[in-house]
Design a protein around this ligand. Structure first.
Ligand SMILES: [Zn+2]
Length: 108
C-alpha cells in the first residue's frame, strides 16, 4: 500500500470522524465522535472472510457489512431521532466512503 493511500485510509477512518463530529454535533461533539469511531467496528465482518485481510481487495460489496443492503441500514439509522443512532449511521456511511476511496485508488 502506498504511503499516501495509507495516510488517507487511517486518517479517514480515525481522524476525519473527529472533524465531522465537531462540525455536525456542536456541544456534545466528543461523544458523537466516539460513536462515529465505534462504527469502524463494521470492519469485524472481515473476520468472516478468507483471507481475513487482503490489501488489494475492495471491501465494498465483498463483506456483508460493506454492502449496499448494509449501507441502506446505515442510511435508515440517520432517520432515527437518537443522537447515537445518527452518529453510528453517519460513522458507518463515512467508513464505507473511505473504503470506497481505497477501491478507487486500487483501480478496482
Ligand atoms: Zn472497512
Amino acid at each position: 500500500m502506498a504511503a499516501v493511500q495509507f495516510i488517507l485510509h487511517y486518517g479517514g477512518h480515525w481522524l476525519v470522524p473527529l472533524v465531522i463530529a465537531r462540525v455536525v454535533a456542536n456541544k456534545e461533539w466528543l461523544r458523537f465522535a466516539i460513536v462515529m469511531l465505534a462504527a469502524n467496528l463494521i470492519d469485524l465482518d472481515h473476520l468472516l472472510a478468507e483471507p481475513m485481510f487482503d490489501p488489494d481487495r475492495c471491501s465494498i460489496g465483498f463483506h456483508p457489512l460493506h454492502g449496499w443492503v448494509a449501507a441502506l441500514a446505515y442510511l435508515a439509522a440517520l432517520a432515527v431521532p437518537r443522537w447515537w443512532a445518527r452518529g453510528f449511521g453517519l460513522g458507518a456511511l463515512w467508513h464505507l466512503a473511505v473504503d470506497y476511496g481505497d477501491c478507487l485508488m486500487q483501480g478496482a
